[in-house]
Design a protein around this ligand. Structure first.
Ligand SMILES: Cc1cc2nc3c(=O)[nH]c(=O)nc-3n(C[C@H](O)[C@H](O)[C@H](O)COP(=O)(O)OP(=O)(O)OC[C@H]3O[C@@H](n4cnc5c(N)ncnc54)[C@H](O)[C@@H]3O)c2cc1C
Length: 405
């Protein structure tokens, strides 16, 4: 063997760094937007990633990280005015994906506050309500939650809410329970959806958690997914809410659905971020883990699963990118959002399961990250409308026939 060649074979091979943006979708953002997302990436990698497993294991929320997160000035991304971060819709989506790439719980905390709670006020509130509530929420002085699901009504919220609102002069009396509500055990403001007993229509109310008599929250225990997010069972017992806190641009579930349409396709972005995190951690592991004297990444069957993981990630990125364009053009409908949520979360379940598999025994240990993505994916798959509900929405749109019971 010539000398030069033999020396070359002795050098340790430099392997490519894991990169989950294979089709360079990041370049769809403007330069300024890329800088914002890079800031989010740096915060998530240096402040959240090193500590998040401990919080996950203990079912607790990292409150100490909130000041640094607030300083990123990304709350209310995609909303113009009212002290919100603004920017393009694509930027808001990228931020959600980037947060989920490191931690799905943190993405959920952010999605509930900036997406569901602030989005309800942004889309369904009057000018006065937006001016009053959005600036302090954008500054994270007030954190929000979104109460739609009930103990006995989940998928059927469109037709069967049991929480009632009864008008009494200038106030509304609200009674009922809301289950699974993210951020509820510690946040300040709840958007509560209730059925007006007078016209049987769903209406939205801004409820102040800490000062409303009759409002109580019990933390939901023993979860196996998104353990960092604090979910609550809210009880409203004769809560009196002023008419000025009823969302003025909301008169039926059709308006509530506007909020869900926006946040559902954002869950598609989060599900894509979850896969990116699982893929990158898995690839890194397979490049380092030796079996039979070689990195397991050099085995054909391992590369097959890595390629399939990357294909899922890339397909989802391209799909959600198009939903963001449709949203920006005002063309995103319920079926578009539902298809993206269903597809990305189904692919996510495959991707995280292949990642878990490629880590062998370490795939069930929190210490190697992939197990957290694997567990958290289960909540993404079910929340904001289950897979079946999304496909029923798509089925109705494409067949013209409703299969809802
Ligand atoms: C971690 C987490 C966080 C959440 N955060 C929030 C929150 O912040 N705010 C909020 O309001 N809610 C929240 N949710 C609730 C979530 O949106 C609901 O769990 C979800 O909509 C499903 O409702 P369900 O759990 O009652 O299931 P069900 O509606 O009881 O469904 C159970 C199963 O039956 C299937 N099914 C039901 N009806 C049909 C049908 N007609 N045809 C075919 N299949 C059907 C479903 O697809 C599912 O597989 C959260 C849930 C979780 C797990």
């Amino acid at each position: 063997m010539p000398e030069a060649q033999s020396q070359e074979t002795k050098k340790p091979k430099v392997l490519p760094k894991p990169n989950s943006d294979f089709y360079q979708t990041f370049q769809m953002l403007s330069e300024a937007e890329q800088q914002t997302v890079s800031k989010v990436r740096a915060f998530m990698e240096t402040s959240v990633a090193p500590v998040i497993n401990d919080f996950w294991a203990k079912d607790s929320f990292p409150f100490d990280l909130l000041p640094g997160f607030r300083d990123l000035q990304i709350v209310g991304a995609g909303y113009d005015g009212y002290g919100c971060a603004g920017g393009s819709n694509l930027l808001a989506c990228y931020i959600a994906m980037e947060i989920a790439r490191i931690d799905c719980s943190f993405a959920t905390f952010f999605g509930v506050h900036s997406g569901l709670a602030m989005g309800s006020i942004f889309l369904c509130g009057s000018e006065e309500q937006k001016k009053k509530w959005l600036p302090p929420m954008a500054r994270m002085e007030k954190i929000g939650c979104f109460g739609l699901t009930e103990p006995l009504v989940g998928s059927g919220t469109g037709g069967g809410l049991t929480t009632t609102a009864q008008r009494d002069g200038d106030t509304w009396i609200i009674n009922g329970q809301k289950k699974w509500i993210g951020n509820a055990p510690w946040c300040d403001v709840s958007i509560i959806w209730a059925r007006d007993v007078a016209d049987n229509q769903v209406k939205g109310f801004i409820v102040e958690n800490k000062t409303t008599p009759g409002f109580s929250v019990e933390k939901i225990q023993n979860k196996i997914a998104l353990k960092v997010v604090q979910n609550g069972l809210i009880t409203l017992n004769n809560c009196r809410i002023p008419e000025e806190n009823r969302l003025q641009q909301d008169s039926s579930f059709r308006d509530t659905a506007k909020v869900l349409r926006m946040t559902r396709f954002l869950v598609g972005w989060e599900a894509t971020g979850c896969q990116m995190g699982a893929y990158e951690n898995t690839l890194r592991y397979t490049q380092q883990r030796l079996q039979f004297g070689k990195p397991i990444a050099s085995f054909q069957l391992v590369q097959d699963l890595l390629a399939k993981m990357l294909a899922n990630v890339t397909a989802c990125q391209c799909m959600v990118a198009r939903t963001a364009q449709l949203h920006a053009e005002g063309k995103l409908n319920d079926a578009h959002a539902a298809l993206a949520k269903a597809f990305t979360t189904a692919r996510m379940r495959e991707t995280v399961a292949w990642g878990r598999e490629l880590l062998g025994g370490n795939g069930i240990s929190l210490d190697y990250q992939v197990a957290r993505f694997f567990a958290d994916a289960e909540a993404f798959y079910s929340y904001e409308g289950t897979y079946q509900m999304q496909n029923l929405i798509v089925g109705k749109a494409v067949t013209g026939l409703s299969a809802f019971v």
